[in-house]
Design a protein around this ligand. Structure first.
Ligand code: IMP
Ligand code: MG
Length: 182
């Protein structure tokens, strides 16, 4: 077998590549049903880059033609727990004024990151703002915010893979998993 086996023995798969792909197809249909003209997708980096890449190709398959931009946000974390402050590490390039924006993020946890992104994009004059997250951890939010669309509800465990990392590792994995051996 390939070299991936070593990494995979440290992890327990939670969402398989097949399950993710099928769910993204369903989400794309839902977004298409919204009939949002001039759609702008804003992917929150780094964690959402794989999800966003697959999602926009699912959008293509249902006939959507979004523009895409990126914003790198950091929510300071100690011991994998969000400590509050969200900051912009790299801002987006495009003007959101008057546009229908879809924010794409990997995990909705405390809610601080999504709330920050929504407030910022609203303050810049977006016409509508929707949000789509890969994983929704059904935990007590620090900030009252919910995603309009979510691929999967996720147990309150620290997950990696499919773009998500712990200490910069595991982003390359095609599935979402949890670390069982460190
Ligand atoms: P929030 O601001 O607490 O909602 O956290 C959201 C951000 O924290 C997401 O954009 C993720 O990048 C990161 N995050 C939260 N939980 C996890 C996890 O289990 N694995 C990897 N990243 C996570
Ligand atoms: Mg993130």
């Amino acid at each position: 077998m390939g070299h991936g086996m070593a990494v995979e023995s440290e992890l327990e798969v939670i969402f398989t590549p097949e399950a993710i792909a099928a769910r993204l197809g369903e989400l794309a249909v839902k977004v298409a049903d919204e009939k949002l003209d001039n759609l702008l997708v804003v992917a929150i980096l780094k964690g959402s880059f794989v999800f966003a890449a697959d999602l926009i190709r699912a959008f293509h398959r249902v006939g959507l033609t979004p523009e895409v931009d990126f914003m790198t946000l950091s929510s300071y974390r100690k011991n994998r727990v969000s400590s509050g402050q969200v900051s912009i590490l790299r801002d987006m390039d495009l003007d959101v004024r008057g546009r229908n924006v879809l924010i794409v993020d990997d995990v909705l946890d405390s809610g601080r990151t999504l709330a920050f992104a929504k407030d910022l994009i609203a303050a810049r004059g977006a016409k509508t703002i929707k949000s789509c997250v890969l994983l929704d951890k059904k935990v007590k939010r620090a900030v009252s915010v919910e995603a309009d669309l979510c691929a999967f509800e996720c147990p309150d465990v620290f997950v990696v893979g499919y773009g998500m990392d712990v200490a910069h590792r595991y982003r390359e994995l095609p599935f979402v998993g949890r670390v069982v051996k460190e």
